[in-house]
Each structure stands twice: as structure tokens, then as C-alpha cells.
Design a protein around this ligand. Structure first.
Ligand SMILES: [Zn+2]
Length: 437
């Protein structure tokens, strides 16, 4: 048995390395570089960023008709770039603009290898663009560097959770890809299957996927009293906000807290949480600015489709430059990702971005020690329904008082407790509105 599992592990490693060689030839060397720069001082990292950014901006000026025009219009000369602050002479760009000026942004440079990437916009429109091989590979390398912080190898056995039920026809192809990546997943969110999935975690090294789904599975594991003798080394939440209120159930079910991997297809990996709980920015790959509490990303890898001062749409808080993480890394830290600025909650006289809800409920936890999972719905101006997952437990008056302090009389709330929030049909939304701006 031991012999078999040893050979099996080796086979998975060989398969993984072979796959990488074919698909991402520049990954391996870049990962070696990242492991070295992991120990760099802040000064050295910033110097590296300035040089790399200058090269990147010069490239964009030469090959992207859109940016040539933008740079010229703003009198911006990439050859004179010598300080990261100079970036703010350029305008920020939104996803809608990336969609609108798609053709002009795309570089007219002959890359050896390109991948097609797509991601959906807020209005349901698709953003499609081409990703050069280095962009894709170097993003993956930065994620895998994060794995090394937890002693996890990318080819280690892993469980994967995402928010959709899978069509049986597509399942066969996914099963093959999963086998190649030593991965197993849930195909439907039925209690029996979730139990089987949880049992399989016994031999796995890590668990990853949509954070809300990891939370749902953790709850079921705890409720059913399943005792899994796991030796998971890492649980990684992606694609959605990781709420503090998830951590208790996740720890109880799997013995570890869920860490945050923060990024998007167009931005690449932005940050990865270290074992000391800081989200370190992958400074070798991206430059992060905070403008009015909103994140701006310059993706230094994005030569085929330059992403410069991109409004990803999240509200974040950066640590100040004195902040030192006890893990010893000098990479800048994101203190908090409040979440998507999102849609507007419409009050009687004012409007509120829905991200305020995350900040509001975090305050409830901080000031009163109450952890709540919530979902809000709005169909009428000034009226909002709140569904809370937890039972009331005498917390009702506190919540009502705080809502009144925060939103004054501008919104009337109707609160229901003990509600089931996740429909398992995609990402979990915390604000659903039928009102249009
Ligand atoms: Zn750290």
C-alpha cells in the first residue's frame, strides 16, 4: 500500500511537471526567482518594481494603440519613468472601458504563445482578451510560491469546491482534467455527496474553491458530526470575499482557518495570505494603489493586453509603510478587502454602495462580538429586507439600534433570522436589488 501511494505521488508529480512544460514553459524558472525575491528588502522590491514598470510602460506605448494615445494626451513619457508615484499622472481605467476599447488596447506584438481569457462585466457583458504565456505562467508561479509557505506542492492531492452544479455531460471531461491535477470535487450539493467529499479529504493536502461553498460544506460536516482524520495543510478561499464569520465553522470542520488568495483574471494574483495572517502583495507582478479606498491595479505581466491603473471594483485598506509582518516578508500588505463596491442601496434621500454592508457587519462583530451572515434584498426605494443565517439569540435589538445609527431613518429594514442563504447556483450575493440607477 505504501509502495503504491509512493508511486502514485510520483506519477502525479511527473504528470504535473509534464503539463507545465507543455502549457507554461516559463513557470518553473520564474518560481525560482520568486522564491528568492520572497526574502528581498522593501527597498529592493520597490527598485525592481520601478524598473519592471518602466519596461512595461515602454512596451505598452510601443505596441498598444490605445495607451499610445492616452500617454501622449497626458504628456506622459514612459522613458522618463523613475518613481512609482508618477503612475498617478495616468487616468484610471474601468472594466467597461476595457470592454469598449478592447481592440485598441490589445498589443500588436507577435507573441510566441497566447491564451484566450474571458471574464464577465457588471452589466453581463463579457471582457475577452489575449494573455501572453509569461503573464499566465508568472501569475501561476506567484500562487505556487504562496503554496510553498504552507509546505504544499501544486501536485498534492486536493479537494476543489465551486458554486455550480455540473452538467453530467461536461462531467467526464472535468473528471479527466481533475485526475491529471490530482484533484477531486463535488458534482452536486447533496448531503450524501458532501459526506463522500469530506471523507475523501482524508488523503488530501489542501482544499480550495469559492469561500462561501467551503463554508457551506464545513457547516454540513459539523452538523453531521463527521470526524475526518485529515492532514490538510492549507485551505484557500478564492473568487469571493472570505468573511470572518466563516472561520469558526471551517476551523471546527477541518482544523485550519481559510486563507485568502486575492486576484482576478485581468489583474493576475494580487495577494496571498501568509501563515501569520497578512495578505502580502505579489509586488514582483503588480503595483497596487489605493485611491479613495478603491483598489487600482497595474499588472506588470500584462503585455498582450496592458492593464494599467485598473479599477478592479473592490474597496480595500492597505497597511501603512511602517507595518511589519512577523513572518519576515517585506512585501506590502493589504489589511482588509471590504469587497466589491457593488450596486447601490437606494435610501429615501441618499444612496449607499453595497460594500458598506461588509463594513457595517464587521463593525457589529468588532463592537459587540456578534458574527452574522447576511443577505439583503431591495425591491423598493427606502425599504430593504435582511435575511440573517443565525438565529436571533437576543441580538435583534443591538442590530436594529446599529442599523438606525448607521442608516438613520433613510432606510426601513425588515429582518428575518434563521434563514438559509446559499442557493448553490453561483457566487453568493450579499445584496440583491431589482432597482435600477
Ligand atoms: Zn507575513
Amino acid at each position: 500500500m505504501l509502495r503504491y501511494s509512493k508511486y502514485h505521488a510520483m506519477l502525479k508529480k511527473v504528470l504535473f511537471k509534464f503539463g507545465v512544460l507543455l502549457r507554461n514553459p516559463s513557470l518553473e524558472n520564474y518560481l525560482l526567482f520568486l522564491k528568492e525575491s520572497d526574502h528581498w528588502t522593501e527597498e529592493k522590491l520597490v527598485d525592481y518594481q520601478i524598473n519592471k514598470c518602466k519596461e512595461f510602460l515602454e512596451f505598452a506605448y510601443k505596441y498598444s494603440p490605445f495607451y499610445k494615445e492616452i500617454f501622449d494626451k497626458n504628456g506622459f513619457k514612459p522613458a522618463e519613468f523613475c518613481d512609482l508615484k508618477q503612475l498617478n499622472r495616468l487616468p484610471a481605467i474601468s472594466k467597461e472601458e476595457l470592454i469598449k476599447y478592447n481592440q485598441e488596447i490589445q498589443s500588436n506584438y507577435q507573441f510566441k504563445k497566447l491564451f484566450v481569457a474571458s471574464t464577465s462585466g457588471t452589466s453581463g457583458q463579457l471582457l475577452r482578451f489575449l494573455k501572453n504565456e509569461e503573464w499566465d505562467s508568472h501569475t501561476r508561479a506567484a500562487i505556487f510560491r504562496g503554496y510553498t509557505w504552507y509546505n504544499v506542492k501544486p501536485w498534492d492531492r486536493n479537494g476543489y469546491l465551486w458554486g455550480y452544479n455540473i452538467d453530467p455531460k461536461a462531467a467526464r471531461k472535468i473528471k479527466l482534467l481533475d485526475w491529471l491535477q490530482n484533484r477531486f470535487r463535488l458534482y452536486t450539493y447533496k448531503s450524501k455527496e458532501i459526506e463522500n467529499f469530506a471523507r475523501k479529504l482524508k488523503g488530501a493536502k489542501y482544499l480550495h474553491g469559492y469561500s462561501s461553498v467551503i463554508y457551506e460544506v464545513a457547516k454540513l460536516v459539523n452538523k453531521s458530526g463527521l470526524k475526518i482524520p485529515h492532514n490538510l495543510k492549507m485551505i484557500k478561499g478564492t473568487s469571493e470575499k472570505v468573511y470572518d464569520s466563516y472561520q469558526e465553522e471551517v476551523k471546527k470542520a477541518f482544523g485550519l482557518k481559510m486563507l485568502i488568495e486575492y486576484g482576478a483574471s485581468e489583474s493576475g494574483l494580487i495577494g496571498f495570505e501568509c501563515p501569520q495572517g497578512s495578505i502580502h502583495i505579489a509586488m514582483e507582478n503588480v503595483i497596487i494603489e489605493e485611491e479613495d479606498g478603491e483598489i487600482l491595479v497595474t499588472n506588470l505581466l500584462s503585455r498582450s493586453f496592458p492593464i494599467i491603473r485598473y479599477k478592479l471594483g473592490d474597496s480595500i485598506k492597505l497597511a501603512d509603510s511602517e507595518f511589519k509582518c512577523s513572518c519576515g516578508r517585506s512585501h506590502a500588505v493589504i489589511l482588509d478587502i471590504h469587497g466589491r463596491l457593488g450596486e447601490k442601496i437606494i435610501g429615501k434621500t441618499r444612496e449607499f454602495p453595497s460594500v458598506l454592508l461588509n463594513i457595517f457587519f464587521k463593525g457589529i462583530t468588532k463592537n459587540h462580538g456578534i458574527l452574522l451572515n447576511y443577505q439583503l434584498r431591495q425591491n423598493f426605494k427606502g425599504l430593504v429586507d435582511i435575511d440573517i443565517e443565525q438565529e436571533e439569540h437576543g441580538n435583534g435589538p443591538i442590530l436594529e439600534k446599529e442599523l438606525k445609527n448607521y442608516f438613520k431613518d433613510d432606510i426601513e429594514f425588515t429582518i428575518r433570522y434563521g434563514q438559509h442563504l446559499h442557493k448553490m447556483d453561483g457566487k453568493l450575493k450579499n445584496f440583491i436589488t431589482t432597482l435600477k440607477d
